[in-house]
Design a protein around this ligand. Structure first.
Ligand SMILES: CC(C)(COP(=O)(O)OP(=O)(O)OC[C@H]1O[C@@H](n2cnc3c(N)ncnc32)[C@H](O)[C@@H]1OP(=O)(O)O)[C@@H](O)C(=O)NCCC(=O)NCCS
Length: 166
């Protein structure tokens, strides 16, 4: 892959939205019977005041995504994310995370909250690497429990955040 760029999905009817759902299903192997995943996302996002879907595009296709929504005036919830198995360890998740955090700072949030199941070891490492701290746990239907993580954001956007991934 020559270059990866991050684009914001404008709305839930955009092709990028459907592509992110397909990538999610590929990464997590999740095909819920009797459930339209795109409709499930639309229903959840439709109840939120503000949401953000970032898409990583490389080699002319979507190679990663990060989706989150507002929890409160101060906190943003980083809900789902992943990188295509063929494109891992190239800094794409780091770039998505840095872009999401910059957007959150620019939109006035002071913290990001996320939840990670113990079985997603790579995501846990990535988040700890990025400055998240474990603030609790809660039951998880797949692996017993999952971690709740929170990262306090600095007042100003970081000038050192990466803007591209190799
Ligand atoms: C977790 C995931 C998003 C990481 O994507 P990525 O683009 O490969 O991550 P990056 O290249 O930006 O890696 C950043 C850092 O995260 C950590 N990391 C990423 N993948 C890792 C792995 N397989 N094992 C250990 N550490 C890992 C490392 O610290 C890495 O830094 P380094 O490459 O300098 O060592 C990707 O592996 C993925 O989609 N996994 C499956 C889905 C998932 O876990 N989703 C989260 C559910 S909440």
């Amino acid at each position: 892959m020559q270059r990866c760029s991050i684009v914001e999905c404008p709305d839930t009817s955009a092709p990028l939205f459907e592509q992110a759902v397909s990538l999610f299903q590929l990464i997590f192997g999740l095909q819920r019977p009797f459930c339209d995943e795109a409709e499930r996302w639309r229903s959840i996002l439709g109840k939120q005041k503000r949401w953000l879907l970032l898409c990583a595009i490389g080699d002319g296709r979507m190679v990663g995504f990060k989706l989150g929504y507002e929890l409160s005036d101060t906190d943003f919830y980083s809900w789902l994310g992943g990188v295509h198995p063929d494109y891992r360890r190239h800094g794409i998740a780091t770039l998505l995370l840095a872009t999401q955090h910059r957007w959150c700072q620019e939109h006035g949030y002071s913290a990001i909250v996320t939840k990670t199941s113990a079985r997603w070891d790579a995501m846990l490492r990535l988040n700890c690497h990025a400055g998240f701290a474990v603030i609790g746990t809660e039951p998880d239907r797949y692996s017993g429990f999952r971690y709740i993580l929170r990262r306090q954001l600095a007042q100003c956007a970081s000038r050192n955040a990466p803007t591209s991934a190799a």
